[in-house]
Design a protein around this ligand. Structure first.
Ligand code: ADE
Ligand code: ZN
Length: 321
């Protein structure tokens, strides 16, 4: 049932979506030994979230040129289209694409955009980008990233976010970067309420004035916050398979997305870093249908919320609604 539904994905890390075989191929071409990040079955292997971030960064080391990102984008969008995704927003970081050098960043963006155009012509899938500093790289690097974001805002770069280790620093440390991005016309989201509790979500909403939250699921620990999110219409980019694979919740039935939805919070569904978590958009939808008895009506409501919350322009929204 769910594989045929058109899907909108708002929370996908481009490097985190790289199939392991693709990364192994790049490593072989470049004679790099990264065998330590894979298990005997050839899957990415990590012990917890913080180790996951290290493995992610080690895999990303193989992506050295704009051409590598072109190939990556084609591989990722092919997988997404196979799951019925028609519109996708991906996190992109100048930290990984050219080391926050504006000239290099433009070259990477050009290559990714070219690949996205090819995928759109071939499979009809549309890609938009959210520029994202990495929290554990610190606020100063985030400022350089925000400058890269502001200089390339518009066209297909539509948002600004914050990923990485939520336990390091506070959202307000990144306020300068978010202000600069907002002034450049970018829409805002921030990872929070994944490894931090309800206060982390509150801080992101108050200090960064974001309209969407990456994950946000730990808001469930504070009923007043859940009510506030529902009233404000703050949208959560929920990635249940990611949360379960990383050990935040023991299984699908005990994931809070069902309760958040029932209490009127605007939720959307994404995969985060699909091969790391052995997931796809189809698998997320299938597991949710099983765990919460969600039918086509619920998924249609989620699709509508996702289209409304997408950072693209209204012409594109009308196309995907
Ligand atoms: N970067 C890639 N995946 C992430 C996640 N789940 N949380 C924070 N940063 C990330
Ligand atoms: Zn994420």
């Amino acid at each position: 049932m769910t594989n045929t539904l058109p899907k909108i994905e708002l929370h996908l890390h481009l490097e985190g979506a790289a199939p392991p075989a693709f990364i192994r191929g790049l490593a072989a071409e470049k004679k790099m030994d990264i065998s330590g990040i894979f298990n005997a079955q050839g899957h990415y292997s990590y012990t917890d979230f913080w180790h996951f971030l290290k493995v992610y960064e080690a895999a990303t080391e193989t992506l050295k040129t704009p051409r590598d990102y072109h190939r990556l984008t084609r591989a990722v969008l092919e997988e997404s289209a196979a799951s019925g995704v028609i519109y996708c927003e991906t996190f992109l970081s100048p930290d990984f694409c050219g080391g926050r050098d504006l000239g290099a960043w433009r070259e990477y963006l050009h290559a990714i955009r070219e690949a996205a155009d090819e995928a759109e012509r071939q499979d009809g899938i549309v890609l938009r980008g959210i520029v994202t500093p990495i929290r554990h790289f610190g606020p100063e690097k985030a400022k350089q990233t925000a400058i890269c974001a502001a200089e390339t805002a518009g066209d297909w770069i539509v948002g600004f976010g914050l990923a990485g280790d939520e336990k390091l620093g506070k959202p307000k440390d990144f306020a300068w970067s978010f202000d600069a991005a907002r002034e450049a016309g970018l829409r805002l989201t921030c990872h929070a309420g994944e490894w931090g509790g309800p206060d982390s979500v509150r801080d992101a909403v108050r200090d960064l004035q974001v309209e969407r939250i990456g994950h946000g699921v730990r808001a469930i620990e504070d009923p007043a916050l859940v009510e506030e999110l529902a009233e404000r219409g703050t949208v959560l980019e929920v990635c249940p398979g990611s949360n379960i694979a990383l050990g935040l919740y023991p299984d699908w039935r005990r994931h809070p997305v069902g309760q958040l939805y029932d209490r009127g919070v605007k939720i959307t569904i994404s995969t985060d870093d699909p091969p790391f978590f052995h997931t796809t958009m189809t698998r997320e939808y299938d597991r949710l249908a099983d765990a919460f008895d969600w039918d086509a009506g619920v998924f249609a409501a989620i699709a509508r919320t996702s289209a409304e919350a997408a950072f693209c322009d209204t012409i594109m929204k009308d196309k995907i609604l």
